[in-house]
Design a protein around this ligand. Structure first.
Ligand SMILES: [Zn+2]
Length: 101
């Protein structure tokens, strides 16, 4: 069974999570009027063999969007971190530093 180690909740079964998309996609800026760039970002997807990064949502847990390294051939899970950099940074801080005054 595929299990994901959520940085907030700990090790959980994959059915608590929802696959979102390829985690390596970068969308053009909203000011970019080039239709080809938007078409590529929205519709074109790679189908990689081996390790790559995916976005998963912990739907039935903390609801954090995660970047998950997964091998598409072996399903071995690698590094997992929150997709949002501020959440990732907050989880790295000691517990006393997380408190707001
Ligand atoms: Zn979680």
């Amino acid at each position: 069974m595929l299990r994901l180690d959520c940085p907030v909740c700990g090790l959980r079964d994959h059915d608590e999570f929802t696959y979102l998309e390829d985690g390596s996609i970068t969308y053009p800026k909203l000011t970019n009027e080039n239709q080809d760039d938007w078409f590529d970002a929205v519709y074109l997807r790679e189908n990689p063999r081996g390790r790559h990064v995916e976005k998963w949502h912990h739907t039935f847990g903390c609801r954090t969007v995660l970047l998950v390294e997964r091998d598409t051939l072996t399903h071995v899970i690698g590094k997992i971190k929150p997709a949002h950099p501020k959440i990732a940074a907050a989880l790295k801080q000691p517990a006393t530093a997380k408190k707001r005054s």
